[in-house]
Design a protein around this ligand. Sequence first.
Ligand code: ZN
Length: 113
Amino acid sequence: MHEISLATALIDLVHEQAAAARARRVTRLVLEIGTLSHVDAHALRFAVDAAALGGPAEGATLEIQEPEGTAYCLDCETSVAISARGAPCPRCGGVKLLVQSGDEMRLKEMEVV
Ligand SMILES: [Zn+2]
């Protein structure tokens, strides 16, 4: 499953950064997962909890932010919010859209002690 490999890579990164900061424990993680990234936030939450077991990030508070996708509509010549890749323009119904954001997946913040 996609979310498991994502969670494993994320926890590897968290462990690396925690070691670099000489942290004993990771208390909070903030992830940014765009709504167009095809990642299920609930599945990701379970996968991250599982991947963190036995390590410094075990039991860390996990906050997942899901910023809305935006695209530039070539018909309206404006930026519009879209909820899915391939969705038509909510203003004019056009389909000539260039995705601008919403597919990002990143570790936005982490707190350690
Ligand atoms: Zn449009």
